[in-house]
Design a binder for this molecule. Structure first.
Ligand code: KIV
Ligand code: ZN
Length: 388
């Protein structure tokens, strides 16, 4: 059985799993600002924090709940009544509150609280039922699902659904799965778990092997309809699935992945920059979608191709993610076409002979530095004219 709906919910956990990256702590006001931006860009569910973790987290989740406009506001809680009650209290003022409760179900994780399979199954029933008595929207996660025995995973998911969970999240907690396995797992759950067609399956991937985006998309193709992700892929260790990557992949390759999100992609760049600032985690230059070089072309062949038709070397328009345009930085790999175009932009009309001469001097200069800036070109063009 596959999920017939083509709408994929975007669940952003920048403020919870993202903030769990060592050193990424954000202030209260920064969290409110990011939550507002997420709400405005069309994120369906915002995981705003882990209310029991600290007074600060509780206060942030409470105020984000109070301010929320469109998004569901979710708080995280472990599998105990105290956590769940605190979480319910924090999301109480949200127009659309959700409690997300979890427990590690793999053999390794079951050993942490030292519970037998039966004891854990009972605990899942009690805690999910308790959460469901407090709110109508309950998400349950078997942490380390991708390393949990299939029979046990099916058993506990069935229990969680019967206890009232409305979303079942399948975390690849340690970034261990691969795309085919990620898809097979969702397919297997949809086929085997009674009641699976009445809930939403979510995919929550970590990037330890660099496969978080591929794994999340594979899960969607198999029937998951909620992707858990963070801005810039911020998150524990190598991070989580990056929101901008899955959303743009679904937009650009809608021909082969015919699923829709409600994200306003033109807001991606702004929120990416803001999350980088407030978390202190700079975005790597070659990061997909939001890296400084994602829409920059330096080599002569690429620049010439871009000037003739941007589709030669770009599969999406920079404007689609909120960038003003492509950049063609000049460096030692650049060619005459880009130099001429840049000189024209700067107001210099150059004939073929002059271009030949300037190009030689430009290449000499480019060999000495990483990038040739506008000021360098102006200096090249006006060199000696002061004395004339
Ligand atoms: O990675 C994980 O397993 C989590 C859970 C709390 C959902 O973040
Ligand atoms: Zn996680």
């Amino acid at each position: 059985m596959t999920n017939p709906s083509d709408h994929v919910l975007i669940f952003d956990t920048t403020l919870r799993d993202g903030e769990q990256s060592p050193g990424a702590t954000m202030t209260h006001d920064e969290k409110l600002e990011i939550a507002e931006m997420l709400d405005e860009m069309g994120v369906d569910i915002i995981e705003a924090g882990f209310p029991i973790a600290s007074e600060g987290d509780f206060a942030a989740v409470s105020e984000i709940s109070e301010n929320s406009k469109n998004s569901v506001i979710c708080g995280l809680s472990r599998a105990n009544f105290k956590d769940i009650d605190r979480c319910a209290e924090a999301v109480r003022k949200a127009a659309k509150p959700r409690i997300h409760t979890f427990i590690g179900t793999s053999p390794l994780h079951r050993a942490i609280p030292n519970l037998t399979q039966d004891e854990m199954a009972d605990l899942i029933h009690e805690t999910v039922s308790h959460a469901r008595n407090l709110v109508d929207d309950v998400q349950w996660s078997p942490m380390d699902a991708t390393r949990t025995e299939h029979d046990y995973l099916c058993r506990v998911i069935e229990i969680a659904i019967k206890a009232g969970a409305t979303t079942i999240n399948i975390p690849d907690t340690v970034g261990y799965t691969a795309p085919r396995e990620s898809a097979d797992l969702i397919r297997m759950l949809l086929e085997r778990v009674p009641g699976a067609d009445e809930i939403v399956f979510a995919t929550h991937c970590h990037n330890d092997l660099g496969m978080a985006t591929a794994n999340a998309l594979a899960a969607v193709e198999a029937g998951a309809r909620q992707i858990e992700c963070t801005i810039n892929g911020l998150g524990e260790r190598a991070g989580n699935t990056a929101l901008e990557e899955v959303v743009m992949a679904l937009k650009v390759r809608n021909d082969i992945m015919p699923f829709q999100t409600q994200i306003d992609t033109t807001k991606i760049m702004n929120i990416s920059r803001r999350v980088a600032q407030v978390s202190g985690f700079a975005v790597q230059y070659n990061k997909a979608i939001v890296g400084k070089n994602a829409f920059a072309h330096e080599s002569g062949i690429h620049q010439d191709g871009m000037l003739k038709n941007p589709e030669n070397f770009e599969i999406m328009r920079p404007e689609d993610i909120g960038l003003a345009g492509t950049s063609l930085p000049l460096g030692k790999h650049s060619g005459r076409a880009a130099l001429k175009a840049k000189l024209n932009d700067l107001g210099f009309e150059v004939g073929d002979n002059q271009l030949k001469d300037v190009f030689v001097r430009f290449k000499d200069l480019a060999d000495t530095k990483k990038e040739v800036f506008d000021d360098d070109l102006v200096a090249l063009m006006t060199d000696g004219t002061d004395d004339a």
